[in-house]
Design a binder for this molecule. Structure first.
Ligand SMILES: [Zn+2]
Length: 73
C-alpha cells in the first residue's frame, strides 16, 4: 500500500482544523497563522517565570533571598 493521502501530508491547521497548506504550514492560511501567533504571544506574556532580567546586570547578591539566620535565634 503506497501513500495515497496527499491531503494529510501537510497535516491539519491547529487553529481551525482544516487541511494545512504547504505555504502556510502548519496552518491552512495566513489568517490562521496570525491567530495562533497572537494566541502564542498572549500565552507568553502570561508566563511570569521565564522573564529574565538584563543580562548585563550581574546580580551576585539577591536581596530577596530568605534569611535563615532570622529563624535561628
Ligand atoms: Zn486554519
Amino acid at each position: 500500500m503506497a501513500s495515497s493521502k496527499p491531503a494529510a501530508a501537510a497535516g491539519r491547521c491547529p487553529t481551525c482544523g482544516a487541511p494545512a497548506l504547504a505555504a502556510f504550514r502548519p496552518f491552512c492560511s495566513k489568517r490562521c497563522a496570525d491567530v495562533d501567533l497572537h494566541r502564542w504571544f498572549s500565552g507568553a506574556f502570561a508566563i511570569p517565570a521565564v522573564e529574565a532580567d538584563d543580562p548585563d546586570d550581574d546580580d551576585a547578591e539577591s536581596p530577596r533571598l530568605p534569611t535563615r539566620s532570622a529563624e535561628d535565634d
